[in-house]
Design a protein around this ligand. Structure first.
Ligand code: KG4
Length: 359
């Protein structure tokens, strides 16, 4: 089955074409025939403006689609949530137009399910997931999915989401913990803004934090670890953000002071993310954890998480960086499994749901 994937939930426009066979399990194989992403640059606004982003998607989707092999798919998979609704509509309208032209069925895909499934990606030639530092996806080799023992735990950390999800079986999900206010990526972006760093702030804050560790700068402040000791799996990042603001307000910080503050912020974030993940691992008897979303590209968080899981006898599967941010390959993959189950949607009835939930 050939599946065209379409992604436009935030500021990345993506299209991908895969050819897949077999059901979820050892007989599943696929080839990536094309995977194209166009990223927008919202640096000058310090954030994403949904209507500006929507117009960019409308412009970019046809352009990147032209770069895919000119083959008619058997089904179209499109992200219908969660995300920014004007942006989601750009992808949905594009899918509707193609579905009518080709007379092929459509499946609506939950963006977060895409992040979970693509974390299991592996090349047939390798016995592990594709978690190298590869920037590009190798289109020449056949792929499959890493065999996992359920339950599987997913830590989804991005600019729009912070969730812990337990999956007891393929395509079945239960959200067991989530943020009660800001997403973790949003907290990174806001801290970056307070320090005068560009958007998106995550990589800049992470770079300063790494500098502070390298220089072994003194620890001058202790920030809170919100909700860490509460007996649940939820998160809160707005208090942490406010605590950073208190350190910055009315002061001119030196470069070293900024770096030390970024390190303390990142330590607090890592302590909370990892503490809650380990609590979930224990509560649900999990031995495989996946992580996805923009913040999962953070080396410090990845390494600390890997270490904690290792000590608990569990393993971490991650995407190559090229696939941990938004892309359509993950949407085509998730869409394939729903197409196998004939979970098609009437293209005309497809709607965007900014708050679409998993499970
Ligand atoms: O998943 P993603 O590409 O897009 C959506 O959220 O939709 O995630 C983007 C988020 C931004 O908040 C960005 O600051 C953050 O991921 N991010 C990072 C890193 N790289 C990206 N945060 C911390 N460390 C990083 N290395």
């Amino acid at each position: 089955m050939k599946v065209l994937g379409i992604e436009s939930s935030a500021d990345d426009s993506g299209v991908a074409l895969i050819e897949a066979q077999g059901d979820f399990g050892p007989n599943f194989h696929y080839s990536v025939l094309g995977n194209e992403v166009a990223s927008q640059h919202h640096a000058e606004y310090g954030g994403i403006y949904p209507n500006v982003a929507k117009n960019e998607h409308i412009k970019n989707l046809p352009l990147i689609f032209e770069r895919l092999p000119a083959e008619k798919p058997d089904v179209i998979a499109v992200t219908h949530g969660p995300g920014l609704e004007p942006c989601l509509w750009a992808g949905i309208n594009f899918a509707q137009k193609l579905a009518t032209e080709w007379n092929v069925p459509v499946v609506g895909v939950n963006h977060l399910e895409g992040h979970i499934i693509v974390s299991l990606m592996r090349y047939d030639s390798e016995q592990k997931t594709v978690n190298s530092e590869q920037k590009e996806v190798d289109l020449t080799v056949r792929c499959s999915l890493f065999a996992v023992d359920f339950p599987l735990l997913a830590l989804l950390i991005s600019g729009g989401n912070t969730q812990l999800v337990v999956s007891d079986a393929p395509l079945s999900y239960k959200v067991v913990g989530k943020t009660r206010d800001d997403a973790v990526g949003e907290a990174y972006d806001k801290v970056a803004r307070m320090l005068g760093l560009p958007y998106p702030g995550g990589p800049h804050v992470a770079a300063l934090a790494a500098q502070a560790r390298e220089k072994n700068l003194p620890h001058s402040t202790k920030l809170p670890r919100p909700m860490l000791s509460e007996p649940n799996l939820d998160f809160s990042f707005s208090g942490l953000k406010t605590a950073v603001l208190r350190q910055v307000e009315g002061k001119t910080l030196s470069e070293d002071e900024k770096a030390a503050l970024c390190r303390e912020f990142e330590d607090a974030v890592a302590d909370v993310l990892i503490g809650k993940t380990m609590r979930a691992v224990e509560e649900y008897g999990v031995n495989t954890v996946v992580t996805g979303g923009g913040v999962s590209a953070n080396t410090f968080i990845r390494e600390k998480l890997m270490q904690a899981l290792d000590e608990a006898g569990a393993k971490l599967l991650v995407c190559p960086p090229a696939l941990s941010t938004d892309n359509a390959l993950m949407i085509a993959l998730a869409g394939y499994f729903h197409a196998l189950k004939k979970e098609f949607t009437d293209p005309a009835a497809l709607t965007a749901n900014g708050n679409l939930k998993l499970g």
